[in-house]
Ligand binder design. Structure first.
Ligand code: DX5
Ligand code: ZN
Length: 221
């Protein structure tokens, strides 16, 4: 059985009460905190940075999964490592030197990930599998929460799952965008093991209930 990691995206949390939101969602069964960083340049939205990461760090021991939607990437990586990030992923289009950026993330003691937009081809993975701890497939175009899951992602997930299995390495396969209790089972069957969900979790009154329903849906296959 593949692991199932639920990663609530803080993008849909109450920004006026972030520490409490983090504590509550972890108490409700979340495995990882997904932290969306947008720069109003690489994506048309502006969110949170290393200072906010440092501010939530004392509120949980769960890994903080920083999803960088910023360009350029390299300058901000040490700041996130210092702020307590455990995983840092970025979009290959946002770095001039993808291999170097991946190495930089690991050099700062974090797990390294690449994020593929819906239209980004898989060949960006070709020569960097050794450098990867995580592959994140976007199932919406990045920039906003609350969008609908793009069905083509399922085919892409199956192809990436094959590549990971063939590599023999323990690379997490994460999916981000439009994940809900009613579509998570198909996403898991396609090969994902780490599930980002923003509006589906923080949009509900009972986080424990929705995370439980997500796990039950995956378990039922
Ligand atoms: C979108 C972000 C996502 C977003 C997902 O650019 O990367 O993490 O918060 O939100 P939902 O789950 O609402 O689609
Ligand atoms: Zn994200």
């Amino acid at each position: 059985m593949r692991p199932v990691r639920i990663a609530p995206s803080l993008l849909s949390a109450d920004f006026a009460r972030l520490g409490e939101e983090v504590r509550n969602v972890v108490a409700a069964g979340a495995d990882i905190i997904h932290f969306d960083v947008m720069d109003n340049h690489y994506v048309p939205n502006l969110t949170i940075g290393p200072m906010v990461c440092a501010a939530i760090r004392p509120h949980t021991t769960a890994p903080i999964d920083v999803h960088l939607m910023v360009r350029p990437v390299d300058r901000i990586i040490p700041d996130f490592a210092k702020a307590g990030a455990n995983i840092i992923s970025f979009h290959p289009e946002a770095s001039d030197h993808v291999d170097r950026t991946l190495a930089l993330i690991r050099d700062h003691g974090c797990r390294a990930g690449l994020v593929l937009n819906p239209a980004t081809p898989l060949h960006v993975l070709d020569h960097v599998m050794e450098r990867l701890d995580l592959i994140l497939l976007m199932s919406v175009n990045p920039g906003f929460g609350g969008q609908s899951f793009i069905p083509e992602t399922l085919r892409k997930l199956r192809l990436v799952r094959e590549r990971i299995d063939a590599s023999g390495r323990d690379i997490w396969l994460e999916v981000d965008g439009g994940v809900k209790a009613d579509n998570i089972a198909g996403i898991a069957r396609a090969g994902a093991d780490t599930f980002v969900a923003g509006s589906a979790i923080f949009g509900q009154a009972d986080y424990h209930d929705v995370i439980g329903r997500m796990r039950a849906a995956v378990a039922a296959g």
